[in-house]
Design a protein around this ligand. Structure first.
Ligand code: CMP
Length: 140
C-alpha cells in the first residue's frame, strides 16, 4: 500500500443540511486524514473549469448551477490508497446504486445532488488538488 493524496468536495446539498461533520466523521473513520480543508463559494467560472471534462454532457449546465447554489468544502485527504478508499466510502455516483454505509447512500439526495465529489485517479487527484490548494495550505 502506498500513501496517496486525493481531492474531495462536500457539495452544496450537504453543506445546506449541515452535514460537513457527519461526512468528515466517515472519512476519518475510514482512515483518511483531512490534511487540507476550506469552505468556499465557487464562482461560475471555477465550477465550469473544474467540471470542463463534462462540458459536452447534457447535465453540465445543471451541474454548474448546482455547484454554485451554496458553499462547498474542498478537501485534501491523505492515507493508504486514498483515491480508491475515498471512492469506496463515497459510494456510487447515483445514490440509488450506492452500497449501504456509504456517504452517498446515507446522505445524497439525487444523482446530481450527491453530497460529495472524489477524484477518480491519482493523476486527476494531483490536478484537482492543484486547482484549489497551494502546497502551504496542505499540512500532513
Ligand atoms: P461527480 O463525482 O462530482 O462528477 C460529476 C457530477 O455530475 C456527478 O458527481 C454528479 O453530481 C453530476 N451528475 C448529474 N447528472 C449526472 C449523470 N447523469 N451522470 C453522472 N453524473 C451526473
Amino acid at each position: 500500500m502506498s500513501v496517496e493524496r486525493t481531492f474531495s468536495i462536500i457539495k452544496p446539498d450537504a453543506t445546506r443540511r449541515n452535514l460537513t461533520g457527519s461526512i468528515n466523521q466517515k472519512l476519518e473513520a475510514a482512515g483518511l486524514r483531512i490534511v487540507g480543508q476550506k469552505r468556499l463559494q465557487l464562482t461560475e467560472a471555477q465550477a465550469k473549469a473544474f467540471y470542463a471534462v463534462h462540458a459536452e454532457r447534457p447535465f453540465y449546465g445543471e451541474l454548474v448551477s448546482f455547484m454554485i447554489s451554496g458553499p462547498v468544502v474542498v478537501q485534501v485527504l491523505e492515507g493508504d490508497n486514498a483515491v480508491a478508499k475515498n471512492r469506496a466510502i463515497m459510494g456510487a455516483t447515483n445514490p440509488a446504486n450506492a452500497e449501504s454505509g456509504t456517504i452517498r447512500k446515507e446522505f445524497a439526495e439525487s444523482i446530481e445532488a450527491n453530497s460529495v465529489h472524489g477524484s477518480d485517479s491519482l493523476e486527476n487527484a494531483k490536478n484537482e488538488i492543484a486547482f484549489f490548494f497551494s502546497e502551504s495550505e496542505i499540512v500532513g
